[in-house]
Ligand binder design. Structure first.
Ligand SMILES: [Zn+2]
Length: 141
């Protein structure tokens, strides 16, 4: 995948009432990387993903480093996006690549106890599955 990739994501304008009573709008998206909801200010355009500012709410299978340093996404009006699924799949592959790289680092450390051996074996198995998916998708490395 090109390193100029930026997922184009439909952002929904949601009214927000400020403490002074004034109404402004926020752009709300379902994040293509972590699947959580992120809120950005207007206008539409490129943004640094907020995944790493919501580490507490990351899905269980993700760690902070898996969603750090990912490309900016482009917030678009829903009317301007015919189909964002391809971009969402590519975004997921980037996250999966980070997960693979993390698991490679983690399994390089020899387990030191029976419990650590079980965790290690599960990580090796997961690493194998992820590698298969990334290879099938043509993601190098
Ligand atoms: Zn996110």
């Amino acid at each position: 995948m090109p390193d100029t990739f930026h997922p184009r994501i439909a952002a929904h304008r949601v009214p927000y009432t400020e403490p002074n009573g004034r109404t402004t709008y926020e752009l709300v998206i379902e994040c293509p990387y972590c699947d959580r909801q992120h809120t950005h200010g207007e206008p539409y355009g490129f943004r640094v993903p907020h995944c790493d500012t919501s580490a507490r709410t990351l899905p269980e299978h993700l760690k902070l480093e898996d969603v750090t340093g990912l490309p900016q996404y482009e917030l678009c009006s829903p009317a301007d996006i015919a189909d964002e699924q391809a971009d969402r799949v590519t975004a997921k592959l980037l996250v999966l690549r980070n997960v693979r790289d993390r698991l490679r680092r983690e399994v390089a450390v020899e387990p030191y106890s029976a419990r650590a051996r079980r965790t290690h074996a599960a990580k090796v198995s997961r690493l194998g599955e992820i590698t298969k998916v990334l290879t099938a998708a043509g993601v190098a490395g």
